[in-house]
Design a protein around this ligand. Structure first.
Ligand SMILES: Nc1ncnc2c1ncn2[C@@H]1O[C@H](COP(=O)(O)OP(=O)(O)OP(=O)(O)O)[C@@H](O)[C@H]1O
Length: 361
């Protein structure tokens, strides 16, 4: 049981992963609502806080001078008492290949409600498994988040990969008075596909070319005339730590939707397969006819809950991550969500947001 005035959140609900914790902590910070999260990551084979989650919580707590208890690696329960969000310059380091983008996912919404612009210097992995690659955050999340009024700049100083980490990203966030609801319900037609296939460290550029060619071959099937431009590159030595490889592909539509497919290389997995996996993910996301891909879906829920007015987003099949993000938003805000099922492959998520106001600007 949580103390009086503290909302208890079951971290093992639905997806039962780190996202519950990030969304709950961000909303707690934004609303000034103390929380206890128990059963942390109970849905994972290694439950409890991992360095990425712990660093994310500490970062949010720093931004608002909050009080955190229970934050050590492996902990399955934390309590967070937030304070007022303060602009400034902050650093956070997962000290592992823990995803920098997931630190951003936790912290950036909070900084929209700071008194001035804020700089974050974040260290960890830039292209990590089970998380957005930094290229996804910049090429897909950022332009769509801008439609809600979320403004930030993001500069990749150094890339870092599993297992070494060591990447660095600097962001500058700009405060808003409030976010605006967004309608993304017209997919339009795919006008072009662009992408980036990279290698870093000891890997030869040939691997990047192979990934790009294999992705393009698959994307051309049934799309002969489509403009496809996938850059193949080797990261300059000074701008990457360790060895890594991967690919991100983005389809742009006539109505401004952005859908992605991505994959990271692993020892023993041929480059052809990495390229084809990313292409197949993109093809699947183009097939369902939604305006967002399977990952952007859950990443927009927090913004929809905070925005003023009714947002509507046409999606493919609703993911468990999205269900979980909605569940947490409902526990902590008065946002009203509604789901309209158009078919097994097609749904509209509707949200009447709370129109949170930044009283500091
Ligand atoms: N390939 C991808 N492209 C873009 N975003 C991704 C991709 N894979 C995962 N994500 C996003 O990363 C987040 C992962 O959340 P999740 O709770 O699974 O991870 P986590 O914090 O690392 O915790 P855990 O280790 O418990 O899984 C989600 O917002 C999801 O949309």
């Amino acid at each position: 049981m949580a103390a009086a005035g503290v909302i208890l959140i079951d971290g093992g609900a639905l997806e039962g992963g780190g996202q519950i914790l990030r969304n709950a902590a961000a909303l707690s910070c934004l609303l000034g609502q103390p929380i206890t999260v128990n059963n942390i990551r109970a849905g994972r084979s290694n439950p409890g806080l991992r360095p990425q989650h712990l660093t994310g919580l500490q970062l949010i707590s720093q931004l608002c001078g909050g009080k955190l208890s229970g934050v050590n690696v492996g902990s399955t329960e934390i309590t967070f008492h937030p304070g007022p969000i303060k602009a400034g310059s902050y650093t956070a380091d997962t000290k592992t290949a823990g995803s920098i983008c997931l630190l951003m996912q936790a912290a950036l919404p909070c900084l929209l409600f700071a008194n001035e612009r804020t700089q974050l210097s974040l260290r960890g992995g830039t292209n990590a498994e089970m998380a957005p690659q930094v290229d996804y955050t910049m090429m897909v999340f950022q332009p769509i988040a801008e439609k809600f009024g979320m403004k930030f700049e993001c500069s990749v100083k150094r890339r870092g990969y599993y297992p070494k980490g060591g990447g660095e990203v600097v962001t500058t966030s700009h405060p808003v008075k409030s976010l605006t609801a967004v309608e993304l319900i017209d997919r339009g037609n795919v006008t072009n596909i662009f992408g980036r296939a990279f290698v870093a460290g000891v890997l030869p550029i040939k691997v990047a070319h192979t990934m790009a060619q294999s992705a393009e071959r698959l994307l051309r099937v049934g799309n002969a005339g489509l403009a496809i431009k996938i850059e193949a590159l080797k990261e300059p030595e000074q701008s990457a730590v360790g060895t890594g490889t991967g690919i991100i592909l983005v389809a742009e539509t006539s109505t401004g939707c952005l859908l992605a497919g991505s994959a990271l290389g692993k020892k023993g997995v041929p480059a052809e397969k990495v390229g084809a996996d990313a292409a197949q993910m993109l093809i699947d996301n183009m097939k369902h006819g939604g305006c967002v891909d399977e990952y952007l879906q859950d990443q927009l829920i927090l913004l929809m809950a905070l925005a003023r007015g009714k947002s509507r987003v046409l999606c493919g099949p609703i993911t468990l991550h999205t269900e979980t993000a909605i569940h947490v938003a409902k526990l902590l805000t008065q946002a009203k969500f509604n789901r309209e099922k158009l078919s097994d492959m097609s749904n509209i998520i509707e949200c009447e947001g709370i129109g949170l106001e930044n009283t500091q600007v």
